[in-house]
Write a protein that binds this ligand. Structure first.
Ligand SMILES: [Zn+2]
Length: 86
């Protein structure tokens, strides 16, 4: 039976699809029973996707700066508030 610490070790292999059928199955079995590892895998998956997106297509610096600005504005003023006309 897979333990949480075992899962943490092979988690990235699982996400990359590098585990064999048996390995995949035991990870899935564990995820069905363990909410913590589901959260863990979910977060890991998300950051892996982000990292892959960043490495495969490099976003221009000014785009990132603008995005940063957008996020900051959304956080300080509330999302969508710049779309409403009074
Ligand atoms: Zn677990």
């Amino acid at each position: 039976m897979l333990m949480c610490k075992d899962l943490a070790v092979i988690a990235s292999d699982y996400i990359d699809g590098e585990l064999g059928t048996g390995g995949k199955l035991s990870v899935r079995m564990h995820l069905m029973m363990c909410r913590h590892c589901r959260t863990f895998i979910g977060q890991l998956k998300q950051s892996t996707v982000l990292m892959a997106a960043h490495s495969s297509q490099q976003a221009p610096a000014d785009y990132i700066a603008r995005l940063d600005e957008e996020i900051h504005r959304a956080l300080t003023q509330g999302i969508g508030s710049n779309q409403g006309d009074y």
